[in-house]
Design a protein around this ligand. Sequence first.
Ligand code: ZN
Length: 322
Amino acid sequence: MTVPPEAQQHQADRAAQAAATAAAVRSVWMAADPEDLEGSWLAGAMLAAELIHAGQVAAASSAEPWLTQETGPGEGAVDPETAAAAAAGDLTIPLLYPLLIAFNRLRRGFSVAMSILSGAAFLEMVTRSLVADAGRIADMAGMIARPRVVSYVRVVHLPACARCIILAGNEYSLSDGFMRHPRCDCTLAPRRPGDTWELASPEALFGQMDPAQQRRAFGQAGADAIREGADIGQVVNARRGMTTKTLYRREVQATSEGTTRRGLYAARRKRFEKAVGTRFGESTRARARTKAVRLMPEEIYRLADGDRDHAIRLLRKNAYIV
Ligand SMILES: [Zn+2]
């Protein structure tokens, strides 16, 4: 047996949640007026931000009941709003980029329809990632809040990409940030000392895929080599495009700090910040929570340095659990 069916169901629920939110956000973008893309998307961006936030909260809300069913109650209940805030960061960038991508395409001579579709593809990808991240951050906080959970494993749903498959057999410390790539729909499952289920190895997962899936994930040459006995880890460039949320946030921060000064971008960014910010302006509590989130759950665990009670205190201080 690989990961328990409940963990697989949890993964399927999360993937469905991310897909539904992405479809809703995409339809807001697609409804923008091609004659006035910027103006109409500026008006729609607030609704898109609402939808992303709602999807994130819905995903994060499933952490607490799921973990309670799996491992019993924690030392506090996960606050889905905090997980959503930690995953979202500043929504201005994800909502502004589809527009910049569409303008870039138009400048390069693509049709209006094609340019709008390019923006839609980006928006869909980033929405899926934001929803999946919120769910995973909530899971991570919930696991740290349950001292009987000692580590976590990756739940990989087949067919999956090569990079996720080679991580499937690993067991991770709660101080390890979750490695993911854009659109990654892998989730986490808790491990306790008494758990006897075995993890499927990358080789076993490879064996469960049909030849077409193997080819898509590893390329024809890679799939052939693995079938002939090559080591999967040698065939795959494991870290390419994979990053943790912590790292990603620092990159976004650096990028946005670097680009804020550029004229056109800066003016647009301000307008979007205003449009998107209205949504969060409604609640000072929500804004305070967004500001208060400084550390990811895995960073908290690392800081606590083996002192679980301290980790739980820090989770509470950072509003991850209430
Ligand atoms: Zn993957």
